[in-house]
Design a protein around this ligand. Structure first.
Ligand code: CTP
Length: 398
């Protein structure tokens, strides 16, 4: 972090007191720190503390009433390498999302030239309120990187998500930001994610429990490294917005195949994490199937192998990554898929490992590559698994 210029924006929430620790970590690591406080945050943290620790005067008002000096928000924007707003309260979030400009922090945000990162902090109900979600989506869509709030005990006594990420996490996020922000600029990566739903009739389908979390975590990680991402996702509750992202939402394996066919030839690499249904009903009833007989037999036919198709069309320069979810003989099956589908490497997750696979926030993977290297990783969050997979991919994407 030596010499990096960090502008910290502090808005008025109880988590403001934790920023003291972040400032100390940043200064210790050699970064330069300037801080802007909203007037409301001064009730939670003293400007003198912030100024002393950051070794710089703090900005609060547009102008200093004691001597009439003007605080130039444009200069802050030009000075900073990154602008981190932490804690980000619901009120400041609302104003960021809608162009509010009634304090120095907001004016600086509007004239910012460098990337902006935010760390929301609010009470459980406020954090999950649809308005908050909408506002977070709006700013994410404007290119702001959101460090999600953590779960735990909140100042109100409630327990749940809403707590600002710890200062150490914020510090690591800043470090990662500087390490990563340009590594994959100019690359275009295609990702498949989530389940597919295969219709039986207008109201029913055959599907699976895939949440799409792995594919979305991969997309987030890759976007952070500056690449363009085409994310083709089956039905999930997840959403992601970013200027470099094309999100294509599909239902069935056939829809997913068509979307992949449209984008694969323009991609430098593909990561196929979708849990595609292997079979679909041969006939889709036009009207809702009514119950009549005791037994109902549904004839299924095989779905197209989307990854197999991409492997068969792969050029020498393209890198292709598949996933394998196995219950037994993981490595042998993975080896077979690696060659059969013409992959560069395959990510194996075994349902024998507790905490891995569908629905969990964690995953435990091994990677088998086309040079016969087999690497096993620890159980960790899907965000960290994504990091390992993308690091592996980087070696191929020179
Ligand atoms: N895949 C795909 N299209 C399919 C099926 C799978 O793109 N119709 C991709 C998945 O996204 C994953 C990999 O292929 O990357 C999984 O390979 P697959 O052979 O389908 O494994 P399983 O679904 O586990 O099937 P099985 O073990 O029954 O062969």
């Amino acid at each position: 972090m030596q010499g990096k210029r960090i502008l910290l924006g502090i808005s008025g929430g109880i988590a403001a007191y934790k920023i003291v620790t972040l400032i100390r970590l940043l200064i210790k690591s050699g970064a330069e720190v300037k801080c802007i406080l909203t007037p409301a945050s001064c009730d939670f943290i003293s400007p003198l503390t912030v100024a002393t620790l950051s070794k710089n005067p703090v900005g609060i008002e547009f102008w200093d009433k004691s001597d009439g000096t003007w605080s130039n928000h444009v200069e802050y924007g030009l000075w900073a390498d990154v602008f981190l707003i932490a804690p980000l309260t619901a009120n400041t979030l609302h104003k960021l999302a809608h162009g509010g400009c009634n304090n120095l922090l907001l004016a600086t945000y509007l004239s910012m030239k460098c990337p902006v990162i935010v760390a929301p902090a609010m009470d459980l109900d406020m954090y999950i309120h649809p308005t908050t979600k909408r506002n977070l989506e709006i700013i994410a869509g404007d290119g702001v990187l959101v460090i999600p709030a953590e779960s735990g005990e909140l100042a109100s006594g409630l327990i749940g998500q809403g707590r600002m990420a710890e200062p150490e996490t914020l510090f690591e996020s800043l470090e990662a930001f500087f390490e990563n922000s340009s590594e994959l600029v100019g690359k275009r990566i295609l990702i498949t994610a989530g389940p597919t739903y295969e219709a039986l009739d207008p109201v029913r389908f055959i599907g699976n429990h895939s949440s799409g979390k792995m594919g979305f975590a991969l997309a987030e990680n890759i976007l952070r490294k500056g690449a363009e991402v085409v994310l083709i996702s089956g039905p999930t509750k997840l959403d992601l917005k970013h200027n470099n992202l094309t999100l294509v939402k599909v239902q069935s394996a056939e829809n997913m195949l068509h979307a992949v066919q449209e984008h694969w030839s323009n991609s430098d690499a593909g990561i196929f994490s979708a849990a595609v249904a292997d079979y679909r009903p041969l006939n889709v009833a036009e009207q809702k199937i009514k119950k009549s007989e005791e037994n109902l037999t549904i004839e299924l036919i095989k779905n197209p192998d989307i990854l197999g198709w991409a492997g068969s069309m792969k050029s020498e320069k393209q890198i292709l990554v598949g996933f394998a979810l196995e219950t037994t003989n993981g490595k042998a099956y993975a080896e077979d898929k690696l060659t059969r589908k013409n992959l560069d490497f395959i990510v194996l997750n075994s349902l024998e490992d507790h905490g891995a696979g569908f629905g969990f926030d964690t995953n435990k993977i091994s990677i088998l590559d086309n040079h016969n290297n087999f690497t096993s990783f620890e159980l960790m969050s899907k965000a960290n698994v994504a990091k390992d997979i993308v690091n592996y991919l980087k070696k191929y994407l020179k």
